[in-house]
Ligand binder design. Structure first.
Ligand code: HEC
Length: 88
């Protein structure tokens, strides 16, 4: 019973995470690809070297799109990009 419950909780956590990633991916497709594609996060000459710079750059990019994203979304975006591309 305990095991079933833990499995259920784990499953819940994973599916929430998957939904969050889908939302973030949709956001990137919609808001970011007009200026640059995902290659900017992986290229040899990428500029961002740590989490602080990543966050600053996200605020800059958010600024040019009229601050459409709130702080929470910027943080989610930062975590997503870090996990997927930067790996600091
Ligand atoms: C209006 C154009 C524009 C939009 C829209 C935009 N960006 Fe950017 N972004 C830029 C430019 C220009 C640079 C390069 C800045 C530089 O080289 O100093 C950049 C750089 C970046 C970098 C740093 C890449 C590196 O060198 O490591 C990240 C991360 C980034 N953008 C994320 C995003 C995300 C996420 C979004 C969508 C929410 C977004 N940007 C939307 C113009 C934009």
């Amino acid at each position: 019973m305990k095991l079933t419950l833990s499995l259920f909780v784990l499953l819940l956590i994973f599916s929430t995470q998957a939904t969050a990633n889908k939302t973030i991916e949709g956001l990137i497709d919609k808001q970011c690809t007009s200026c640059h594609g995902n290659e900017i996060y992986t290229g040899a000459n990428r500029k961002v070297k740590n989490l602080v710079q990543l966050e600053k750059q996200l605020h800059r990019c958010n600024h040019v799109i009229g601050n459409q994203m709130d702080m929470n979304t910027v943080t989610q975006l930062m975590n997503y990009l870090n996990k997927k591309y930067y790996k600091f």
